[in-house]
Design a protein around this ligand. Structure first.
Ligand code: PMP
Length: 426
């Protein structure tokens, strides 16, 4: 008998390209059919056939408080009763803008948008408008959304499908994007030496989370900071994933580097479509209507999304929030590592705040090339075996994973005992 899940996927493929609204959802990299979800509560999700899973994807990062957190749901319900959208300023927009500026000291002014893609695209245009230069530097395997300028050797789904540079992006646009190696400070120095005066911006995920998870080597982010300052280029931290995920001051707080602009998304919308970009006042003042760089959005600052975001940002400020989240995440990564290594499997894992990377390799990778050298088939086997046992990891070896505050010892122990069974029979 075919499952409801299978039926839905067959029908979906007839009417939605690949049956999905975002490519990595399609399970192409790991094989098999995607899971259609019906319900989520806390750390758990249920599919359309009634099977439950412990969820380590959390909608790819936003759900730091778990699914359907009662306070977030309540704020969304209450706000909706007063209207879904106005396309005009609201007081709550101001409140969340003030809160973002208070929590992230490098952000003096901020503008709300509806997706991380929009935030990245707008930050790049703003950096170009501000500097009057065209060229940007990005790093191979970093993903900043699907804007033309940024979809060059990108990570996430683009990388998963071996298509890191998309068809349909004119060479005239892609040609302005210089792609370097993450963690290769010397390569960036050399490029700046040659064409520093042409570089509008360097955009980087301060902790790369779209080619699995790679932390910055000591000195890498510092080098980016000093080169940008020296050459009048704009340093953009893409914190769509790391923002309020690795700590209350984001990755820039963890590594103590102030970018000129920051993009945020995921957590700040609490599960609703909201993102933001912000930073130095003199740069942000170049935006329309005060400045000449155009950027706009019918649903920007949508009141329902803002309500979900505000509630989330209030709750993450509770004392001990990030300590607890980091501890739980570390229990998971340490537990998986111990278990795999006990059975002689080349596996390691690491975490930062509430995000983690799992690697089928002897050592933790520190570069794109090292990530690519991990055993992808090993990951795929592990993914499916865990999925069978009701543990949902991201369906790709090139994605970071996420833990929420609703994951506790019970969920971690269940996950580790499933892994023990799988690794014992590896
Ligand atoms: N930047 C980073 C670092 C991301 O991880 C993502 C999405 N995974 C984006 C940008 C794009 O965000 P969105 O999917 O909301 O457009």
């Amino acid at each position: 008998m075919t499952s409801r899940n299978q039926q839905l996927f067959e029908l979906s493929q007839k009417i939605i390209p690949g049956g999905v609204n975002s490519p990595v959802r399609a399970f192409k990299s790991v094989g098999g059919n995607p899971v259609f979800f019906q319900r989520g509560q806390g750390a758990h999700v249920w599919d359309v056939d009634g099977k439950s899973y412990i969820d380590y994807v959390g909608s790819w990062g936003p759900l730091i408080l778990g699914h359907a957190h009662p306070d977030v749901v309540k704020s969304v319900q209450k706000t909706s009763e007063n209207g879904l959208t106005f396309g005009a300023p609201t007081e709550a927009e101001l409140e969340i803008a003030e809160l973002i500026c208070k929590l992230v000291p490098s952000i003096e002014q901020v503008r709300l948008v509806s997706s991380g893609t929009e935030a990245g695209m707008s930050a790049i245009r703003l950096a170009r408008g501000f500097t009057g230069r065209n060229k940007i530097i990005k790093f191979e395997g970093c993903y900043h959304g699907h804007d033309d300028s940024l979809l060059v050797k990108a990570g996430s789904g683009a990388l998963t499908f071996g298509n890191p540079s998309s068809a349909g992006v004119p060479q005239e646009i892609a040609g302005h994007t210089i792609v370097l190696d993450f963690n290769d400070a010397a390569g960036v120095e050399e490029t700046f030496k040659q064409i520093g005066k042409e570089i509008a911006a360097v955009i980087v995920e301060p902790v790369a989370g779209n080619m699995n998870l790679i932390t910055p080597k000591p000195g890498f982010l510092e080098t980016l900071r000093s080169l940008c300052t020296q050459h009048g280029s704009v340093l953009i931290f893409d914190e769509v994933m790391t923002g309020f995920r690795v700590g209350l001051e984001c990755a820039q707080g963890v590594y103590q580097i102030q970018p000129d602009l920051t993009t945020l998304g995921k957590v700040i919308g609490g599960g609703m479509p909201m993102a933001a970009f912000g930073g130095r006042r003199d740069i942000m003042q170049c935006l329309a209507p005060v400045g000449a760089v155009y950027q706009a959005g019918t649903l920007s600052g949508n009141p329902v999304a803002v309500a979900a975001g505000l509630t989330t940002l209030k709750l993450i400020q509770e004392p001990g929030f990030y300590e607890n989240l980091s501890d739980t995440t570390r229990q998971l990564t340490d537990g998986l590592t111990t278990c795999a290594q006990k059975h002689g499997i080349d596996f390691c894992a690491q975490s930062i705040g509430g995000m983690f990377g799992l690697y089928f390799s002897k050592n933790i990778p520190a570069s794109f090339a090292e990530v690519m050298a991990c055993d992808k088939n090993g990951f795929n086997r592990f993914f499916h075996a865990m999925l069978d046992k009701g543990i949902y990891f991201a369906p790709s070896a090139f994605e970071a994973g996420f833990v929420s505050t609703t994951h506790g010892s019970k969920e971690i122990n269940e996950t580790l005992s499933a892994a023990e069974n799988i690794f014992a029979a590896w």
